[in-house]
Write a protein that binds this ligand. Sequence first.
Ligand code: TYD
Ligand code: MG
Length: 463
Amino acid sequence: MGKVKALKPRNIHRCQACGHVESKWLGRCPACQEWNSLVEEVDAQGNARTSASGIADGHAPIAISEVREIDGADRRSTQIGELDRVLGGGLVAGSLVLLGGDPGVGKSTLLLQALAGLAQHGRILYATGEESVAQTAMRARRIGANDARLSVVAETDVEKILAHATRDPAHPPAILAVDSIQTVYTPLLDSIPGSLAQVRECASRLMQYAKTSGVPTILVGHVTKDGGLAGPKTLEHLVDVVLQLEGDGGPYRVLRAHKNRFGSTQEIGVFEMRGAGMAEVANPSAHLLAERAVGAPGSVVVASADGARPLLVEIQALVAPASAGVGRRTAAGVDSNRVSLLLAVLAQRANCDVLDRDVFVNVAGGLRLAEPAIDLGIVCAIASSARGRAIDAKTIVFGEVGLAGEVRAVPLCEQRLAEAARLGFTRALIPAQNALRIDATARAELGLELVSIDRVVTALGWL
Ligand code: TYD
Ligand code: MG
């Protein structure tokens, strides 16, 4: 090799499938014959950090009962209630948080707002590799995040970002944010920014920094088309917290914790994207139902509880004559494979065959619902549209639908019902097994008429 690399440690290329090591990159691993499996790494001899988890503190083992618990005092509030709740009560010292989501969903906006809120704890260092300093400042002014304690640097070299962070050891930043992990790189590797090798190495450098300095560090990460955090599936087990910001077209965004070493993964946060940034939605059910098409066939309200928080959401279906000879299915906000399955159940088990027609299913407000408890809602919306008969506006439904056309119990039944009662609903179609477990006193307290449903056909009969 003619290239002079005097200043760089020698890098290796390790097969991700079998662990075989080559000195140069190859398209195919000579050991296990896997294609495209070699990824560049800094040679472990000169640099052991790639594999270090960063939490080793060099102390002797101590009794687990003697270890102080993480409490409120260790958490830094972002001043955004919905975000704090998903984090488990604020950012924990020394934690590494990954904020993921589709491009344009609002990650940078939410981050900037959170950083402005965190500025009360001290100086914030925001490294942006996606947008220029001027663009970031313009956005900060627009969304009211224009705080003098927030310093921004357009830098993509992770070593330089860390140099900025550690310049004044007596005054470390209160928070370090890197937007995004796909744009940063370390010159120690030859791989391009965004490659698996770079993403992994940069993230582990930043983790090392967070753990040794105690500075909470936030990384923004993009999601690829197949839904994974680009490259960083590997990042998910490296970081302490994985937050995912979701939205499906409409103005609403749901923030979930896919992983949280310091809190529950059941909490969700709901936001609305407005002209002046992300606004917290404190009463999401009321918002989501505000524009409902009351009295129109194909519309039904489901009580979803993705996470611990019940949400009432309108599901809409439209069944139309097939435009292309064969029936098409289009689903927004729900899994289209699930819709296909439910259409087959409707046809085979409930005398409602719309397989030869076009079927559109939509979750109003642009939310994405992933739990099976909304099955019964999808089925009822489709049947309602197919038959041209509207569903009573004060009725909610939920239940998981099985292949035999049976309606199965779902978790958090009482919380869903309480939310429905709170918003003025008068009747609920719920799985029979759930209904059995609710006694007379609980029923009276709810003030809802409960209809016990064991099969899809029964539900359709009722509606
Ligand atoms: P952004 O935070 O840049 O998304 P990400 O970092 O996830 O790629 O937000 C992108 C979109 O949000 C952009 O298309 C414009 C819109 N937006 C608003 O509607 N209101 C606002 O106040 C801001 C800042 C952005
Ligand atoms: Mg961005």
